[in-house]
Write a protein that binds this ligand. Structure first.
Ligand SMILES: Cc1cc2nc3c(=O)[nH]c(=O)nc-3n(C[C@H](O)[C@H](O)[C@H](O)COP(=O)(O)OP(=O)(O)OC[C@H]3O[C@@H](n4cnc5c(N)ncnc54)[C@H](O)[C@@H]3O)c2cc1C
Length: 392
């Protein structure tokens, strides 16, 4: 029976980064995914001769630094993404606005996935890391010394550590019997590549519309952004014509970006928040969306997943240096470090979502007043920028 130091279920961005981090520590592992190996984006739009995808993420400087240390070329971020210098949010009715300095990149998920996957395929990593695609997890058993994992191929493998990085519907989490608390929102995220009359100037923008938050995340081309509308009306927005949709969006973007032309396919993602009641059991541990998923309003889900991997790889490194601790103690330390931080971000995002949801007139007044007050609070704005950058 094949035996590894670690096995990772799920080769999304968080699982791949965990595989890279642990292999770089000298461990031998296997990563498997029930999907295909990364190749490209599924629904792209031609923008000035380039394929652009509407699935993008805001990656904060801590995540950029982490990925660079893992072997992603630092030049990749400037070549493939759009550097962000600030963010502006405003009340849809124009009564409040807040601008914060910001850093990091907006980057298409498939380009980032390919970059991390390329790093994994480098010979020095590939010789210590086995990859399997179109393979899922069927069962797992664990004792004090090992985890036995049965795959959909019928093969059973043994590992010292199992990492569940298989996303918000994690089968690993279910097989471990770890419950999660989930709450759905009445909103669906609609994403679409768009062209704006005015240049974005590297600013990420969000308007709080009556239907829900509408974000414009800048792409490398000065007049192109991905719009993400977390909305109660996504089905209607999905089925209307391009012209009607563009007119709908332009109403909310006019003050910052001028009129908007939606180009390319619109895609929707149901929104929910979910948090596992624990992250570890025996020799198994959860990271990324398998442990927690949050509303995209604050653009932090993936950043939290990378921060989990940083925390987990530190816990494993400490274990190597101090062999008096057991693996389960090291995993519990990881959980004690990461769960409160992730819960705080989940709670903050939920609060933002509720405050900015189609609000009562009273809440709307409080929201606009709060935004105007915050706009003048330099210290507090610095603290918010640091939090968004992953430093708090
Ligand atoms: C519209 C939208 C916008 C967002 N914007 C941002 C943003 O700006 N910034 C940010 O930080 N985050 C953002 N997020 C959140 C971010 O996309 C997620 O937090 C992140 O992708 C989670 O990564 P993951 O690797 O943990 O999970 P996933 O990306 O879900 O990957 C899980 C992997 O596991 C595989 N898998 C699933 N089940 C099995 C199984 N049984 N066996 C084997 N493999 C399996 C899947 O095929 C997949 O490859 C956004 C989310 C949405 C919906």
């Amino acid at each position: 029976m094949a035996r590894y130091d670690f096995v990772i279920a799920g080769a999304g961005l968080v699982g791949l980064s965990a595989a890279l981090a642990l292999t770089r520590q000298g461990l031998k592992g296997l990563i498997f995914d029930h999907g295909l190996a990364p190749s490209g984006a599924s629904a792209t739009t031609q923008v000035l001769g380039l394929d652009r995808s509407p699935r993008v993420s805001a990656i904060n400087p801590v995540s950029v630094n982490f990925l660079t240390q893992l072997g992603v070329d630092p030049a990749f971020f400037d070549q493939a993404g759009c550097a962000v210098s600030g963010m502006t949010v405003w009340d849809g009715d124009g009564s409040g606005e807040l601008s914060l300095p910001s850093a990091g990149y907006i980057i298409e998920n498939h380009r980032l996935l390919n970059a991390v996957f390329n790093a994994i395929c480098q010979p020095s990593i590939a010789e210590a890391l086995t990859q399997q695609f179109e393979v899922g997890i069927v069962d797992l058993q664990q004792n004090d010394a090992t985890v036995s994992i049965t795959l959909t191929t019928g093969e059973t493998i043994e590992s010292g550590l199992l990492i569940g990085a298989d996303g918000s519907a994690s089968r690993t989490r279910d097989l471990l019997g770890i419950r999660s608390v989930a709450w759905r929102y009445d909103q669906t995220a609609l994403v679409c590549v768009s062209e704006t009359a005015l240049p974005h100037q590297g600013i990420a923008r969000q308007s709080f519309t009556p239907e829900g938050p509408l974000a414009f995340l800048p792409l490398p081309e000065p007049n192109h952004s991905v719009l993400v509308w977390s909305s109660t009306q996504a089905q209607a927005q999905l089925s209307c014509s391009d012209k009607e949709f563009s007119a709908m969006v332009s109403v909310h973007s006019a003050r910052a970006l001028g009129s908007v032309t939606a180009i390319g396919a619109r895609a929707v993602f149901p929104l929910q928040q979910q948090h596992a009641i624990r992250y570890t059991k025996g020799r198994s541990v959860l990271v990324g969306d398998a442990a927690h998923s949050i509303h995209p309003l604050a653009g932090q889900g993936l950043n939290l997943g990378f921060a989990d991997v940083i925390g987990l790889s530190q816990a494993i490194e400490n274990l190597r240096l101090d062999q008096r601790q057991s693996l389960s103690e090291a995993l519990r330390r990881y959980e004690a470090q990461r769960r409160p931080v992730n819960l705080r971000m989940t709670a903050a995002t939920d609060l933002l979502k509720r405050v900015f949801d189609p609000p009562s007139p009273l809440l709307r007044l409080a929201r606009s007043t709060g935004m105007r007050w915050l706009q003048d609070q330099t210290r507090l704005k610095e603290a918010l920028s640091l939090a968004a950058a992953g430093h708090l």
